[in-house]
Design a protein around this ligand. Structure first.
Ligand code: SAM
Length: 198
């Protein structure tokens, strides 16, 4: 019965914007399955204790939780447009939120509710595939990053989405896998860096 229900719901839509009981369950799966990407991204950020850091599309809030142990005197702030994930991440980060080291907010990548140059670093893990207008979101990120701030976007390249059958098409209109083509990211800033997750 559960299998039939799962088959008739659109799972891509749930990964794009988790909601309800299925969204909570997908959030738990993401917390478990995305550990390597979360750990790798935190390593690349090399955050300092006083950094101001923004995550876009935090899902269950695992990366923010790990970061909050490092950023002890700064702030780790997250924005995600799923109310279900905001609640899950608030539960996961309750102590750090009470201590003022973490904020977990509802919001859109296209319209970040922050002042210009607010952050030292911005990052996002497995979320850019779902953003409706990547260039608008990148312009927003550029606005909220301080000069010489750092942006880290962690993705699974298109080639790795279906290793069993790489010729099969991947993605849907609402979920667009990326090839790591630096030119996508170089239009507004003089940087691009892709490193494979080992
Ligand atoms: C596949 S999940 C990844 C979650 C988490 N980063 C991880 O790796 O486990 C994508 C997340 O991005 C969020 N998201 C997608 N599009 C968004 C947008 N335009 N603005 C804000 N959040 C978005 C979704 O709600 C979801 O929580």
């Amino acid at each position: 019965m559960l299998g039939r229900i799962v088959n008739i719901v659109n799972l891509d839509a749930q990964y794009r914007r988790p909601s309800g009981w299925l969204g909570r369950s997908i959030g738990r799966a993401m917390a478990r399955d995305h550990q390597p990407e979360n750990r790798w991204t935190i390593e690349v950020l090399q955050a300092g204790p006083t950094d101001q850091i923004l995550e876009i599309g935090f899902g269950p809030g695992v990366a923010i939780q790990a970061l909050s142990a490092i950023v002890s005197a700064g702030q780790s702030i997250g924005v995600d447009f799923s109310a279900t994930m905001v609640r899950a991440a608030r539960r996961r980060n309750a102590a750090a939120i009470r201590a003022g080291r973490v904020q977990v907010l509802g919001g859109e990548a296209n319209n970040l509710p922050f002042a210009a140059a607010r952050f030292d670093q911005v990052f996002s893990i497995h979320s850019i595939y779902f953003w409706p207008q990547v260039s608008v979101a990148l312009a927003e990120i550029w606005r909220v990053l301080r000069p010489n701030g750092r942006l880290v976007l962690t993705i699974l390249p298109r080639e790795l989405w279906n290793l069993d059958n790489p010729d099969l098409p991947v993605g849907t209109p609402e979920c667009r896998p990326y090839r790591p083509k630096p030119k996508i990211f170089t239009s507004s800033r003089n940087m691009a860096c892709f490193r494979p997750l080992e």
